[in-house]
Design a protein around this ligand. Structure first.
Ligand code: GLY
Length: 305
């Protein structure tokens, strides 16, 4: 058994690992782990308490892939519901589709009785008002041009998506994600977290991978799929992550900071990053075998590899 998680406040890893130790599937365990992250308001990149978009709206993304069949489900720009990860699971198991966005995702959530809730906290609302003031954007006039007032200026970003990868006692592998995305993003923007093959991927035969950081880069490079494809071609899990991260040097035309997490069917794992010099080293949590609880680990600096 193996659990690898980007969960910066360590909100849900103990829950997920305990479920796996009790014999629950990776699929069940990591959904429960991520639900805990989504409720933790101290985590400012996921679920309730996350950063809103440029209009002060919470638009949440999540995805899941089941390595047994490569079944997948995802939601993008979901508003008004507390647990996007469970919506991703529901898309995978209850619809013939893989991705629902915006109003369609919210409609589906309402139809299946998903839990509604306000994800914008008072603290984040105040944060957003300060950001509007800093960028000369009138928060009471959502019709003014965001491109002119905001997106010509440098915008703050956040890379604290939660991703969970797990290999359970049955040998099944799962990847799942949840995020509020870039802080102050353009409304309707989707990152990699709801895109199978970009932000997450799982295939029992070869491995599973997921990404945090600048989602645009993971989409442009099909990052999670490439990592698993490299393993399919015979690379070790370390080599696969290194090769995929080396490849994105080709498009260094925007901030390409990304962390890549990968696990193999034989229980190995590797986490590497390429953030610019001076950025804090990303950490993650992992547990394997008989470990009682997940432990914090540092990811490997791959900027020069
Ligand atoms: N990696 C999360 C995002 O870019 O939205």
């Amino acid at each position: 058994m193996l659990l690898v998680a980007a969960d910066f406040k360590n909100s849900g890893t103990a829950i997920a690992w305990q479920l796996m130790r009790e014999g629950q599937s990776a699929l069940t365990a990591i959904e429960q782990g991520i639900r805990a992250v989504e409720l933790n308001t101290e985590d400012d990149s996921v679920g309730r308490g996350g950063f809103p978009n440029a209009l002060g709206q919470m638009e949440l993304d999540a995805g899941v892939m089941d390595g047994r069949t490569r079944a997948s489900g995802a939601v993008g720009a979901l508003q008004g519901f507390l647990h996007p990860v469970s919506m991703a699971y529901a898309v995978m198991t209850r619809l013939p589709h893989v991705l629902l966005v915006g109003e369609g995702a919210a409609r589906f959530a309402a139809e299946i009785g998903a839990e509604r809730g306000e994800n914008l906290t008072e603290a984040m609302h105040d944060n957003w008002l300060a950001w509007c003031q800093e960028h000369g954007f009138d928060p009471h006039n959502p019709n003014q041009s965001l491109m002119e007032t905001v997106f010509r200026q440098e915008t703050k970003t956040s890379g604290g998506t939660t991703v969970y990868l797990a290999l359970d006692a049955q040998g099944d592998m799962v990847a799942a994600t949840s995020t509020s995305g870039w802080s102050w993003k353009y409304p309707g923007r989707l990152g990699d977290s709801p895109i199978a093959g970009a932000g997450f991927y799982a295939d029992n035969r070869y491995g599973a991978a997921a990404c945090t950081g600048v989602g645009e880069i993971a989409i442009r490079s099909s990052m999670a799929r490439m990592v698993v494809a490299y393993m399919q071609m015979g690379r070790t899990v370390n080599e696969a992550v290194q090769e995929a991260l080396a490849d994105i040097r080709y498009h260094r035309d925007q901030d390409s900071g990304i962390t890549v997490y990968a696990i193999s069917p034989n229980g190995e794992h590797f986490v590497g990053y390429n953030y610019a010099a001076g950025s804090p080293r990303p950490y993650y949590y992992m547990a394997s075998g008989d470990d009682a609880t997940p432990a914090r680990r540092d990811s490997v600096d791959l900027r020069e590899s």
